[in-house]
Design a protein around this ligand. Structure first.
Ligand code: PLP
Length: 384
């Protein structure tokens, strides 16, 4: 059976070049970077090069990149690590209603610890208003956390405006950005955004799972989760996932070298696929806007259930999702689409197609054919 993978926001396949780097680290340069001998020195060099690659990709200092076990850990660490460390200075944090669960659940936990949280609403396109961020800030606001690209609908937040307003209001309030869905597809610019903390994950850009990074501006202090050896400046101790780190850097190098070409190719895929849907399937509610990220398209097909369509397409070898992979196995309604004011029946009908530069126009024509057939057959049955 032919297979078309359109769930690249959930995860992506590891590129052969990345797998080769990882294999070499596993079997050849496998030293512990903390060891004093030649193998350790070699491993330390690999780690330093990886840190530099990530730092260069977003124009920050090498010493400001900390490797983690992924985006979830980096988001948890940014939000909880700052709040717990700065507790005596304030008890308030601001975020949005459409963040990834790894930010939202960290915030919920902080509420149980006595912090006050403001969850900002978004408009119908999923965008938070910079003025609303500024209005929500209090004298004791420790941190504002706003994602770059939303993982379910691809909405891009106006981070430069938000960052400028935060710093104008209170230069001590820290700004955290979850850039997991944008890194490798759009420019990630901590300095332009005036961000103090930025989260990255490798497996969304054809790198391995289980490795990510946190950019932390030098002057920012936070409480670590783990305690042990002094790795990663004590912020994230534990023997490093060296193959993961090397693979992450290779994936980031490859993605950033072709950033604009890839963004253009992805936009074209999204545009043509959207035009195909518009022509072939009536009664679509568009949950992603044209101005959104080039690799995410979220739609609701009236008269269907997302889950049913996901399974019907999977039987034809077309892999998509109903929303965020991290919680799509749970029968919860998308908090993102609800925050965007979609009706419950449209939320239940949501489908997310997410593209990678490895997808071809021809594969999308095939996926569209299968989608059209599945929708027709579901609508025929439900009309009876
Ligand atoms: C926006 C966003 N943030 C964070 C994460 C979590 O990253 P990881 O899977 O590396 O833990 C994801 C994963 O889906 C995501 O989409």
């Amino acid at each position: 059976m032919r297979e078309v993978y359109l769930d690249n926001s959930a995860t992506t396949p590891v590129l052969p070049e990345v797998a080769a780097v990882m294999h070499k680290i596993h079997t050849d340069t496998y030293g512990n970077p903390s060891s004093l001998h030649r193998m350790g020195v070699e491993a330390e060099k690999i780690k330093r090069r990886a840190r530099r690659t990530l730092a260069d990709a977003c124009s920050v200092k090498e010493s400001e990149i900390y490797f983690t076990s992924g985006g979830t850990e980096a988001n948890n660490l940014a939000v909880m690590g700052v709040a717990r460390r700065l507790r005596r200075r304030g008890l308030h944090l601001v975020t949005t209603q459409v963040e990834h669960p790894s930010v939202l659940y960290a915030c919920r936990l902080l509420e149980q610890e006595g912090f006050a949280l403001t969850y900002l609403p978004v408009d119908r396109e999923g965008i938070v208003s910079p003025a609303a961020v500024a209005d929500a800030m209090r004298a004791d606001t420790l941190l504002v956390s706003v994602m770059h690209v939303n993982n379910e609908v691809g909405a891009i937040q106006p981070l430069a405006e938000i960052g400028a307003l935060i710093k104008k209001n209170n230069s001590e309030t820290l700004f955290h950005v979850d850039a997991v869905q944008s890194f490798g597809k759009l420019p990630v610019q901590p300095l332009l955004w005036q961000a103090d903390l930025v989260t990255f994950s490798a497996h969304k850009l054809h790198g391995p799972k289980g490795v990510g990074a946190l950019y932390k501006r030098q002057a920012v202090h936070m409480e670590p989760f783990f305690h042990g050896g002094g790795q990663e400046d004590g912020l994230r101790p534990g023997t490093e996932n060296m193959a993961g780190i090397g693979g992450f850097a290779e994936a980031a190098r490859l993605a950033t070298a072709k950033l604009s070409a890839h963004a253009l190719a992805l936009s074209k895929l999204k545009k043509n696929f959207s035009a195909g849907i518009l022509a072939a399937i009536p009664d679509i509610c568009w949950n992603s806007s044209e101005e959104g990220a080039p690799h995410i398209l979220n739609i609701s097909v009236a008269g269907t259930r997302g889950e049913v369509l996901v399974h019907a397409l999977a039987e034809e070898g077309v892999y998509i999702s109903t929303g965020a992979a991290c919680h799509s196995r749970r029968p919860e309604l998308s908090h993102v689409l609800l925050a965007m004011g979609r009706k419950e029946k449209d939320v239940e009908a949501a489908l997310r197609f997410s593209f990678s530069p490895l997808n071809t126009e021809e594969a999308l024509v095939y996926a569209l054919e299968k989608l059209q057939a599945a929708v027709l057959s579901i609508r025929r049955v439900t009309r009876r």
